[in-house]
Design a protein around this ligand. Structure first.
Ligand code: MEV
Length: 438
């Protein structure tokens, strides 16, 4: 058993690695050299990455891929995608190509409100509390002026502040429920700073309110924090085309394809086990763009899945219909994204990803990201209802298996050729590789 370490964050990087090596890696020089292998030669760049978090010992790479030919609202885009799963970028590119000759994707931001809450306890007369909150609203707004000034110059700021009575669900529990417009920033720090100020003012005003009883004066703030559930920060992405244009070859007619596709979506609408996997496919596209553009994928994931359960049962994010011989496939999702602030001006690859997207506004990035999710779901369902998912998946995964087995470039070439005509499984690849090597 190793002993707990004190003052770990005060050690320098080499000392941290030495401690790790001595205590957890059997003093393995090979393990340490793996960590060091990922250090960047450019010291400034490395320092920048070291300082993103505490106790950095190395960098963790993910591939950055490009999915070209995305026609969105009449304009072509190349999507930068950061993801490790072999088939995702290939699937996105395929879906983009499929739809760009069928009118492309349409996307619109529906609304763009962010939410924050001051959660507090109050014991006493609700009408007196209500009066106090109404009376101090100008004071609350004034108290955050130094924080909101710049945001207001950009057209954003605090939209409204409401008092919510939650005492039916939890004794003495109330909220200040605040809506924000954070323009092109995701706005987490802005929102949290405003909320903490509101909390301070609220407690002080309660304490000095002459009409409050002693008990009422003891209004107690529990916490102040933004919500990652943003059902009023949503975007719609859709594609449509005549049913008979859905077919690409003679294996399946457009009508058969549309019917089977819609059935697959219906299953995800009513069956939570399937809906989770279905939506995971949507998130393959969304997360990859969210990560590449330096946004908070945990926040997006949390918000999207909560939205998928908003009617009390977890369900599909996407929907499909045929009306008047027109196939329509769409999705509405909440996406709180930013194109300024945070990592966007700090991480060189994030900056580049935003350049690749032609410096979008937050709203444009919401549209592009939603399209990536819809495209990914389209590609997954298309495979699932026709060839099955494994054909494309294993084709992409072949390279991983070959790399795991240290295949040379010549071996890789031969194996790729061989497996264009044979079924790929982990064991069939190993078997063929061994055969070739012997
Ligand atoms: C795999 O990452 C995603 C899929 O499972 C999505 C789906 O089943 O729709 C293929």
């Amino acid at each position: 058993m190793t002993k707990p370490v004190n003052g770990f964050s005060k050690l320098n990087k080499t000392e941290k690695i030495n401690w790790l090596s001595e205590n957890y890696l059997d003093n393995s020089a090979a393990a340490v050299s793996v960590l060091k292998q990922y250090w960047n030669d450019d010291n400034d760049l490395q320092k920048l990455h070291d300082e993103f978090i505490e106790n950095t010992v190395s960098n963790f790479y993910l591939p950055l891929g490009l999915a070209p030919n995305f026609l969105i609202n009449g304009k072509y885009h190349v999507l930068p995608m950061a993801i490790e799963e072999s088939s995702v970028v290939a699937a996105a590119s395929k879906a983009a190509k499929f739809w760009n000759i069928r009118g492309g994707f349409k996307a619109t931001v529906i609304n763009n409100k962010k939410i924050g809450q001051v959660h507090f306890l109050f014991q006493g007369d609700f009408s007196k509390l209500d009066k106090l909150v109404t009376k101090i609203e100008p004071k609350l707004r004034e108290s955050v002026k130094p924080i909101t000034r710049n945001m207001e110059k950009r057209g954003g700021g605090i939209l409204n502040i409401n008092l919510i009575d939650k005492t039916e669900e939890l004794e003495n529990y109330y909220q200040l429920f605040v809506n924000f417009d954070t323009r092109d920033s995701m706005g987490a720090n802005f929102i949290n700073s405003c909320l903490e100020k509101f909390a301070e003012v609220l407690e002080a005003e309660a304490k000095s309110n002459p009409v409050f009883t002693e008990e009422e004066k003891n209004l107690e703030v529990i916490m102040s924090i933004l919500s990652n559930y943003v059902p009023e920060c949503t975007v719609r992405a859709e594609v449509s085309c005549p049913v008979n244009e859905l077919s690409e070859d003679s294996t399946i007619s457009g009508e058969e394809f549309a019917k089977k596709f819609i059935q697959a979506v219906r299953i995800a609408e009513i069956e939570p086990y399937r809906a989770v996997t279905h939506n995971k496919g949507v998130m393959n596209g969304i997360d990859a763009v969210v990560l590449a553009t330096g946004n908070d994928f945990r926040a997006v994931e949390a918000g999207v899945h909560a939205y998928a359960s908003r009617n009390g049962k977890y369900s599909s994010l996407t929907h499909a219909t045929i009306e008047d011989e027109i196939f329509k496939f769409w999705m509405e999702v909440p996406l709180a994204l930013g194109t300024v602030g945070g990592l966007t001006s700090l991480h060189p690859l994030v900056k580049l990803a935003l350049d690749i997207l032609q410096r979008p506004s937050a709203k444009e990035l919401m549209e592009i990201t939603a399209v990536a999710g819809l495209a990914q779901n389209f590609a997954a369902l298309r495979s699932l209802i026709t060839t099955g998912i494994q054909q494309g998946h294993m084709k992409m995964h072949l390279m991983n298996i070959l790399n795991q087995n240290q295949a040379t470039e010549e071996e890789k070439e031969e194996m790729v050729e061989f497996f264009t005509h044979h079924t790929i499984t982990h064991s069939s690849v190993i078997e063929q590789l061994e055969k070739m090597r012997s």
